[in-house]
Ligand binder design. Structure first.
Ligand code: ATP
Length: 266
């Protein structure tokens, strides 16, 4: 049984003028435990909406979304999120922020803090437990966000452009960090990104979505060996070959999105 199943899932939103806008159309996708799937597509095509169908934030208008064999009716158990903007409380320390999830799930305070300390160490922030968010760099904040998510032992990790605000070097560091941490788990990852290079370096499969409404155009299996070092792997001939193959598929959708976007504002 696949961990995540979208079966002909369609999502329509009411527009401000009272019409219907189809954001996602007839998407069928399965994700297995331990699999890393990246979703790429032109800006505004419906990638985040696809994640919302899995996370239960939005119900499908047609078709179904199933997680661990159960139809998604609200936020399913075992789902962790990481978005572009952090979800940390500025008045709490690193330790307080990371311990908040387990405490919210009913873990006793001391135990929650022990679990948080362990994850803070695993993401490389030992010694920073008592710092507040404004005292941390962008990369350190992302490490806190990773610890905050992984401390809950998610079986599914939904990531929506989590590293896009970082500078290039910090981004590569965090991508390697994510791969290292994920390799010790059996979590399924669905990772939305604009960045094709990021998608290929990280994923087992890359899903290319069409210009709006988002349909699945192509799915590419990425047979690059693991463990991967993201900075090294992108120099290899195998990477360059698969990049050019996926870009062939994606670039025409980017062009369509540009043209229709330009028409809309013309
Ligand atoms: N709650 C909502 N109500 C109305 N329209 C919505 C809602 N959420 C998304 N949309 C619309 O659905 C379309 C797809 O949006 P979505 O955020 O899923 O795209 P995306 O591919 O993730 O975009 P980006 O690449 O810019 O992050 C957009 O036209 C957006 O305006």
């Amino acid at each position: 049984m696949s961990l995540v199943v979208l079966d002909h899932a369609t999502k329509r939103f009411m527009t401000s003028s009272g019409g219907l806008h189809t954001a996602v159309s007839e998407v069928s996708l399965t994700v297995e435990a331990g699999e890393f799937v990246a979703v790429v597509g032109p800006t505004g095509c419906g990638k985040s909406t696809t994640l919302s169908l899995i996370s239960g934030l939005e119900p499908p208008s047609e078709g179904t979304a199933t997680v661990a064999g159960k139809p998604v009716t609200g936020i399913p158990d075992g789902v962790g999120y990481m978005f572009q903007t952090d979800a940390m409380l500025p008045w709490r320390t690193v330790l307080g922020n990371v311990a908040a999830g387990p405490m919210w799930r009913g873990v006793a305070k001391d135990k929650a803090r022990d679990q948080a300390r362990e994850w803070i160490e695993r993401v490389g922030l030992k010694g920073f437990e008592n710092y507040y968010m404004h005292q941390l760099s962008g990369g350190m904040r992302k490490r806190v966000a990773l610890a905050q998510t992984l401390v809950n032992n998610p079986s599914i990790l939904l990531m929506d452009e989590p590293f896009s605000a970082l500078d290039v070097q910090t981004r590569a560091l965090m991508q390697n960090e994510l791969l290292n941490l994920w390799s010790d788990t059996n979590a399924a990852v669905v990772f939305v990104t604009h960045d094709l290079e990021e998608a290929i370096t990280l994923a087992d499969r890359v899903v290319v979505m069409t210009a709006s409404p988002a349909r699945i155009k192509d799915v590419f299996t990425i047979n690059l060996p693991r463990p991967r070092n993201v900075e090294e792997i992108r120099m290899t001939p195998e990477f360059i070959a698969i990049y050019s193959e996926v870009w062939q598929s994606l670039s025409s959708e980017v062009e369509i999105a540009r043209t229709t976007g330009a028409n809309r504002v013309a």
